[in-house]
Design a protein around this ligand. Structure first.
Ligand code: ZN
Length: 386
């Protein structure tokens, strides 16, 4: 502590620092440790961290809660042929016999659950789009998937970034923007600041890809890119509000994909993706409010589920439907018509009948101050059916 050796006092997942070793104002704790294996995801040829929501403390001692942010300075020593990527740019790398040491610049100020690095036998590809340099680490070897996927992967990110900058009026808020494609990644993706992780099978598609897979890839890239603003830049105080970053990332991803993927029947996709899954849980005894209390961070993992990922987007769309873009304006003036939210049309009653617009999904009747409910099925005798 502050340059003086102090015996380790480890109790109940806490390091207890002796009061005598502390002073008023800034204190410096230097801790040498061997990281736990639990969150390093070691494979023979690569490893990566995945610390969301409460795993950062399994790798290093830290105040592990989302509203306490700090810059991280990382150095990695890895086998010579390995690539490495982290939240901040590489400052320099030094070869030393069979190993290579990477020093990274200090990261932006980030939450502990967003700390990340990946290292291993990856191929690094770097491209410039819209004046921004982006790098991808991947292990894909299928020539068809590489040929057909690299352009869309980079272009979707560039498009989502441009959309987000325009929509929020805030330039991309971090030092750099890169991504890693990881075989068998636990989730579709994870929004680590400046170093997004993706499941390789979602990013790399071949000519047999279905329209659903193409839409899912666009949605995933847009979702993780939107998190750079919703979640990474603006972060919940505590994980009980994790739904909020997810609902906004989904909300933005829907907007980006509606215009990024041509000829997609996006409204139909919204209904199919969200309604069955949301009703599936909402009508069971296991249903819960979108926002749930969370007493201990170690239970944060239990908050994720169909309520957050499927009911919350419907809630969001309904909240917005009565007023059109009024609740969440479409951002600065000058957004081209084609990138404006399409919900604008959905919210408008049909000109002649006054009934909801025919393209409006079920459950989205516009109306201020009254609950919007799905339409009731009207059963008619067989003879009257047309
Ligand atoms: Zn997300």
């Amino acid at each position: 502590m502050n340059g003086q050796p102090v015996a380790i006092d480890h109790r109940n997942e806490h390091l207890v620092l002796p009061a005598a070793a502390l002073k008023v104002g800034r204190n410096v704790a230097e801790i040498r440790l061997r990281a736990g294996e639990q969150s390093l995801n070691r494979n023979a040829d690569y490893l990566y961290t995945l610390l969301v929501p409460d795993r950062a403390r399994t790798v290093f001692p830290v105040f592990d809660q989302p509203n306490l942010k700090a810059p991280f300075t990382l150095a990695l020593t890895v086998p010579q042929g390995w690539q490495a990527m982290a939240n901040a740019p590489v400052r320099d790398s030094v070869l030393n016999g069979a190993s290579k040491s990477y020093s990274f610049a200090p990261s932006d100020s980030i939450s502990t659950y967003l700390f990340s690095f990946a290292a291993g036998k990856f191929t690094r590809l770097t491209r410039q789009l819209n004046g921004r340099t982006m790098s991808l680490l991947h292990r894909e070897t299928d020539p068809a998937k590489l040929r057909l996927s690299l352009d869309p992967i980079f272009q979707l990110h560039a498009y989502a970034l441009a959309f987000m900058e325009q929509y929020t009026g805030l330039p991309y808020p971090f030092q750099k923007f890169d991504f890693v494609s990881i075989p068998d990644f636990q989730y579709g993706g994870m929004e680590h600041v400046g170093a997004i992780d993706y499941k390789a099978s979602t990013l790399f598609l071949d000519e047999g890809a279905t329209q659903d897979q193409i839409l899912a890839r666009s949605n995933l890239v847009s979702h993780e890119t939107a998190h750079m603003w919703f979640g990474d830049l603006v972060t919940m105080q505590w994980f009980n509000d994790v739904w909020m970053k997810e609902v906004f990332a989904n909300f933005m991803a829907d907007k980006v994909t509606q215009v990024a993927v041509k000829n997609s029947n996006y409204d139909l996709k919204f209904v199919i993706d969200h309604y069955p899954a949301a009703y599936g849980i909402d009508r069971t005894a296991g249903a819960n409010p979108i926002r749930q209390p969370l007493a201990n961070l170690q239970d944060a993992g239990s908050l994720y589920g169909n309520i957050i990922y499927h009911k919350a987007p419907i809630m969001m769309r309904q909240a917005r439907a009565p007023d059109g873009p009024g609740i969440f304006p479409a951002g600065p003036a000058g957004i081209p018509e084609k990138v404006r939210p399409r919900q604008r049309h959905l919210a408008r009653p049909h000109r002649h009948s006054g009934r909801p617009h025919p393209r409006q999904p079920p459950g989205l009747e516009p109306g201020v101050g009254k609950p919007a409910r799905p339409p009731r099925l009207q059963l008619r005798p067989e003879s009257q059916r047309r």
